[in-house]
Design a protein around this ligand. Structure first.
Ligand code: SF4
Ligand code: SF4
Length: 493
């Protein structure tokens, strides 16, 4: 059959896209900081004013002081906090933790994680809004400098739109110059937390050729912090911070979060002149006058009236903004406030739920365990091993000797003299070379010889207990074994 006679082919059915089209009216469908082409929309949040902002400002003074003084303040001769991953040395509140304290470090990490879980389940992202270094530095340092140089939201917006002029260049250059200098200081502070202030000073004062690696990190950290605070900003909380990502799995309807009281606020509508509460009620209007003051102050660009959202860092700026509006229109404060979903929907007070109780018990248990471990932690850690490959030896007087290697780790910041004694049998313990004095934060290694009389030997292997003493006080007790001949071979000379 010819082709001309065959049935013409049907056009293929229209292919359906597997992707759901974006509903631009639904806040859940898109980010407030991206336009339809996916380009970043720059935020110009208004300067917050109010009691909570004031309280956060005072708290930030304290936190910034701790943050910047942390590596330079000494407690028990050690920094407040040091996280030296290169030398595997960690200092927390002046206490040195070594890799040998791995158990304590693991418990510390568990306490930190459980604490975050308990805290988030009870109080939402209180940490993010009030104490997170990113928020504190962004909102209380960099943003304040920006307000000082470029003015409030409207002035910043018009400066951004304005053509380049001398005034604009001067403002932008001074702002970014200060931002860069601050980023350098923050980068160096982070470096001091990682390598200690002594090494940091060496890095700054010594010949740069000797510290290429350190200088590389100094420059890298400076640029990273500059990029975060000058450009990346709220995106760090939305896209990068892992805590922000998993907090939604920790919150429940009893968690206290920054929330809009929709029962009181809806329906929203502008307030007309001389409109009474009764008139609004009869027009099915609530207390929200749709002024958007809460939206314009938000540093993440969201509208809290849509409910709890992942972008919300609980900074409370919207609470202050709404309270200011409520004061002006003579309405009770707290249309936006700290509240739980159950608090708003059912008027319930904060409840200590079984989930919270479980977390709290776990956290308490871990803290008790950690305290016991830290309080019973010895200042030194000793290992005693028989020298590899060395056999027992019989001496001319008939006694037998074994050679051992002892390693003593000094976890403190002072030198520690060490003495060793045989605890469970008579015999001679001799340290080769000089007396053991372990330098501060260091490891000492010595060889020791133990000599035992044949009458004190058990056949083959004799268990030994060696006491480790410092300044007359026993700090550790070590178990080892003494290798000798089998019974039938022991023949006193
Ligand atoms: S600030 Fe208060 S009144 Fe104004 S829009 Fe926000 S919730 Fe409504
Ligand atoms: S919604 Fe309110 S609390 Fe949340 S980030 Fe925005 S201003 Fe801060």
């Amino acid at each position: 059959m010819s082709n001309a006679l065959s049935k013409p082919e049907e056009p293929p059915p229209e292919e359906k896209s597997p992707l759901k089209p974006v509903d631009w009216k639904d806040y859940r469908d898109h980010l407030t900081t991206a336009d339809k082409e996916g380009r970043r929309m720059w935020l110009f949040p208004r300067k917050p004013r109010g009691r909570l902002y004031q309280a956060r400002t005072y708290l930030s003074f304290l936190l910034l002081t701790i943050m910047f003084a942390g590596p330079f303040v000494k407690v028990h001769g050690n920094p407040l906090l040091l996280l030296n991953f290169i030398e595997r040395k960690f200092v927390i509140l002046g206490h040195i933790f070594w890799p040998q304290d791995m158990f304590i470090s693991a418990i510390t990490l568990l306490i930190f994680l459980t604490g975050i879980i308990v805290f988030t389940a009870a109080f939402g992202r209180l940490w993010c809004g009030w104490t997170c270094p990113q928020t504190v530095l962004m909102e209380m340092v960099f943003r304040k400098i920006e307000y000082f140089i470029e003015g409030d939201s409207a002035a910043q917006r018009s400066l951004a739109k304005a053509p380049w002029s001398f005034a604009k260049i001067a403002k932008k250059m001074s702002k970014h110059g200060i931002f860069f200098a601050l980023s350098f200081i923050i980068g160096n502070t982070l470096l001091a937390y990682l390598i200690g202030k002594e090494q940091l000073f060496r890095l700054i004062t010594d010949n740069p050729k000797n510290h290429i690696q350190g200088l590389f990190f100094m420059v890298l950290f400076t640029f990273i912090f500059y990029a975060i605070f000058a450009r990346f900003r709220e995106q760090a909380c939305t896209f990068i911070c892992p805590y922000g990502r998993f907090q939604s799995t920790l919150l429940d309807e009893n968690s206290i979060v920054v929330a809009y009281d929709y029962k009181r606020g809806e329906g929203r509508g502008t307030l007309r002149r001389a409109q009474s509460k009764e008139q609004r009620k009869s027009a099915a209007l609530g207390d929200c006058i749709d002024c958007r003051a809460c939206v314009t102050v938000c540093p993440t660009g969201i509208d809290i009236r849509n409910g709890t959202q992942m972008e919300c860092v609980q900074c409370t700026a919207c609470i202050d903004a709404c309270n200011n509006v409520m004061t002006k229109i003579n309405q009770p404060l707290g249309l936006i406030r700290y509240a739980s979903l159950n608090g708003i929907e059912k008027g319930q007070k904060l409840r200590f739920t079984p989930r919270l109780a479980g977390y709290a018990v776990l956290l308490t248990g871990l803290i008790v365990l950690w305290t016991i471990l830290v309080l019973t932690r010895s200042d030194v850690q000793t290992t005693l091993l028989r020298a590899p490959g060395a056999l027992f030896q019989q001496m001319p007087d008939g006694r037998f000797s074994n050679l051992y290697t002892i390693r003593v780790l000094n976890k403190t910041s002072r030198d520690i003299p060490i003495e060793l004694k045989l605890e469970n049998t008579e015999g001679k313990l001799q340290v080769m070379g000089r007396r053991i004095v372990v330098p501060a934060e260091n490891l000492a290694e010595n060889s020791i010889i133990i000599e035992l009389d044949p009458k004190n030997l058990k056949s083959g292997s004799t268990p030994l207990v060696v006491g480790v003493y410092s300044n007359g006080k026993r700090v550790e007790s070590l178990k080892t074994s003494f290798i000798g001949p089998r019974n039938d071979a022991v023949s006193p000379k």
